[in-house]
Design a protein around this ligand. Sequence first.
Ligand code: VG1
Ligand code: CO
Length: 543
Amino acid sequence: MTPHTIQTQPIDGQKPGTSGLRKKTRVFMEPNFLENYVQSIFDGIGGVAGKSLVLGGDGRFFNQTASQTILRMAAANGAAKVIVGTNALLSTPAASHLIRKRGTDGGLILSASHNPGGPEEDFGLKYNTPNGGPAPEGVTDKIFAVTKTIGSYKTLDTADVDLSTPGSLALGDMEIEVVDPVSDYAALMRELFDFEAISALFAGGFRMQFDAMHAVTGPYATAILEGALGAAPGSVVNGIPSKDFGGGHPDPNPIWAKSLVKTMMGPDAPDFGAASDGDGDRNMIMGRGIYVTPSDSLAVLAAHAHLAPGYAGGLKGVARSMPTSGAVDRVAEARGIECFETPTGWKFFGNLLDAGRATLCGEESAGTGSDHVREKDGLWAVLLWLNILAVTGKSVSQMMSDHWAEFGRNYYSRHDYEDVESDKANALFDGLRDKLPSLPGQTFGPLTVESADEFAYDDPVDGSHSAAQGLRIGFAGGGRVVFRLSGTGTVGATLRVYLETVETDKARMHRDAQEALADIIAAADEIAGIKAHTGRDAPNVIT
Ligand code: VG1
Ligand code: CO
């Protein structure tokens, strides 16, 4: 069991993106690819000798094999202990909670999140710091620097360990504690929410459908919603995690969670619908006949969180990513609390949560969470919604109508152009960036540009600066379009166009979003030349 040192060479393309390193699974399976990156993480954080880590993933193809490799390397690098979920399963929020609860030196999460899984699809790995959150740029920069100079890695020559049942094992001098992935997380949810009120709601005939999309939240949702809260058996669908997510795309949006949308828009729709993504940190919320945009969901949760026991004292502040709509800003203003605007990616919320400046955070990409962990948390959002519905007795559509009547409505949509050739996407972006200074004052249809800039962020807690976080154009009257290139894709470039307009006329709160945004959509194309640059007539995903 003496550690071996294996010679290796730097491998190109190991720069972590918005949320860890994501690549085609085949790339991750190439000789030394995973090993190089894991050793770079260990070295980038100052070594793991004597340290403890959490390890788990969303169960996608290669999850088990990669976990065994990581365990061997952790032992060979002198780690004292690794806490791992049964069969190396842990949802991202559950991993974040375990890191915090057990006070480990961080954790490794195996997931490409909402990207599809399988031998021909995607795999990913990210390091979370001891606060439970995704490593900030300062840390990922160090890891990336090691990937460019690495010359060797350490491993053991041992058989796979049995991770199928909870208990304690040894691997060389390292302890492995296999834990049930659900129980600690479920206990945390019980502390935050009024389980009695939610149980009473279900006992009264309230029906829901939770689509786990064949991904990691299945066991969590089944145990909590059906087991602890008494939702009718069968309320959780697609609840058994599969290695390729049933051949689907585990992204909870109206495009990929089509069957849930059909159910919720159908004649026998239940009262509440929800879905989660591959690793359990995203959520989609629906009511009977209504889809709630993630930006609106964040605003509603911010307005009513105090109805749940965990937030009864009110919110310290809220934060949203820059492209997320301003709906939550109005709630913050009305409540007199701070509202922060951060770059895309959960890692930017960590400092605000740690410093007690924000309690709730959210992103337009179906991510909502709070200071209970340091990741976004899909099931948490579902439970907070249920708690609020149980206390208010309102339906989802009533909640939304009342919310818009009180705060106004931010019509919102995101248009994605996926798999665009990288040079075309870059040309569009560079052209647009050059144009920004000349835009204010120009008119596009009925819209006049008021502001145009490239978003940069100065972290109010540690002062770190993050440049080039998206191009944004503001119109008179509060409309806005934002352009970003995705940092989670694995082929070509994905152009994201975020569209928003503000409506305060109470008579115009129930329009179709694409229709309400038509002028902004036309202006976005005219300004950036989307069709001309990409050759695409329409986006492939509209959320
Ligand atoms: C996307 C989303 C971003 C989210 C990130 C990780 O990033 O836009 O809001 O934080 O995915 O989510 P990008 O760079 O592709 O736009 V998850 O659930 O995939 O970890
Ligand atoms: Co995710």
